[in-house]
Design a protein around this ligand. Structure first.
Ligand code: SF4
Ligand code: SF4
Ligand code: SF4
Length: 370
């Protein structure tokens, strides 16, 4: 199930279930789940200046002490394939084609004004900070990966290879550096001034001034000013020839941005509105959370104290308890929210359970503090 289908099913179910409530009234008016911080920072990526040198990737790697990649940063053959962010590469630069010319775009977290990742996270790991960054604190992360499903930009990545305590990873906007009055590592490293850091409100003025002062150079749009409810990181694209064929996939407003791999159908409403609706539709999952937690904890705790055979019996018993509780929860969701939501809830619970069991089975550490 892709994220749009997931959000559509849950969002519409949430809206339906909330009809006549204050929640529905708020949604109809465009709900912002976070305050808008007037003085927050942002970054403008001017893709007309970007040369695809990967220095920003290197700057991010150094600033955040990430492991070195397989391909060194001066190896530009990395741009031959379209890459996504990973737990150890919080930003990547990709190459696109516009009017048969290469255009490079840097990918990282957009630090949304209303972050869908934050709205989807039961454990409240994500916070929109007044400086504009969307930060992640993994200490309460349960590994459900709802943030990954919710993010419209496919940003958060998960440490699947970490058997001990896999966490979500993403660009932090170099929040610790911002606090010290330093530029983000990537911005500091860019030799082309393709990344401009500043107050978001000033960056919008800068972007408009560039578009106005250079007729024909830029597409007349600032990606992120309004998209997905507005983002701290924004993008300027070069203008490109209009596409004559109306059936051509790029023959529409914003085709330059679409050509750069940006989603031009997110709309201007905050994405958090949709994911908050999703959570409202499946309150049973939230209510059920402690059962899942408690079950996994009981398995690991009791496993320590018992012999192997007894342990297996306890695990089976705990699993059966959880399976029964999950079935009861899903039946209740099916009655109140319909079978589609119940299926999604069942899938989500099974995923959580699997992740936690795998973590417990592989960590080798079953003490009280686990
Ligand atoms: S360092 Fe600057 S010019 Fe080089 S790829 Fe990154 S954004 Fe583009
Ligand atoms: S881009 Fe994705 S991960 Fe970043 S703040 Fe927005 S929703 Fe969250
Ligand atoms: S802001 Fe910091 S964490 Fe984000 S891409 Fe730039 S260097 Fe990396």
């Amino acid at each position: 199930m892709n994220r749009r289908k997931f959000l559509t099913i849950l969002g519409s179910a949430g809206a339906a279930s909330a009809l006549g409530t204050a929640g529905a009234a708020k949604a109809a008016g465009g709900t912002h789940t976070w305050p808008y911080y007037e003085n927050s920072y942002g970054v403008l990526h001017d893709t007309t200046r970007c040369i695809g040198c990967r220095r920003c990737e290197e700057g991010c790697n150094k600033a955040n002490g990430l492991p070195r990649p397989d391909k060194p940063f001066d190896d530009l053959s990395a741009l031959d394939e379209r890459r996504r962010m990973t737990p150890t590469a919080w930003t990547v630069v990709n190459k696109y084609e516009l009017d048969d010319k290469p255009v490079f775009r840097k990918l990282q977290c957009f630090h949304c004004n209303d972050p869908a990742c934050a709205s989807a996270c039961f454990a409240k790991c994500f916070q929109k900070q007044p400086d504009g960054s969307v930060t992640y604190d993994g200490s309460q992360c349960v590994g459900c990966r709802y943030c990954m499903v919710a993010c419209p930009f496919y940003v958060p990545s998960f440490e699947y290879n970490d058997a001990w305590d896999p966490l979500v990873q993403k660009c932090t906007f170099c929040e610790p550096r911002l606090k010290e009055g330093k530029l983000p590592g990537c911005v500091d490293a860019c030799p082309m001034d393709a990344l401009t850091f500043g107050r978001r409100s000033d960056l919008i003025k800068v972007a408009r001034a560039r578009i106005k002062a250079n007729p024909g150079k830029y597409a007349d749009y600032i990606y992120g000013e309004w998209d997905a409810g507005g983002t701290a990181w924004m993008v300027l694209a070069p203008s490109a020839s209009a596409v004559a064929d109306e059936k051509h996939p790029l023959a529409e407003t914003g085709h330059e941005f679409k050509a750069l791999g940006l989603d031009t159908h997110l709309g201007n409403r905050p994405m958090g509105e949709l994911t908050a609706g999703a959570l409202g539709a499946v309150p049973m999952i939230v209510a059920f959370w402690p059962v899942l937690f408690g079950g996994a904890y009981a398995i690991s705790k009791r496993r320590d104290a018992l012999h192997k055979a007894e342990t297996e019996a306890v695990i089976k018993e705990a699993r059966d308890d959880m399976a029964n509780a999950m079935d009861a929860a899903v039946r209740k969701i099916a009655e109140t929210q319909g079978p589609g939501v119940a299926d999604t809830a069942r899938q989500a619970m099974a995923e959580v359970l699997k992740t936690r069991e795998e973590a417990c089975a592989n960590c080798g550490h079953h003490g009280e503090d686990k």
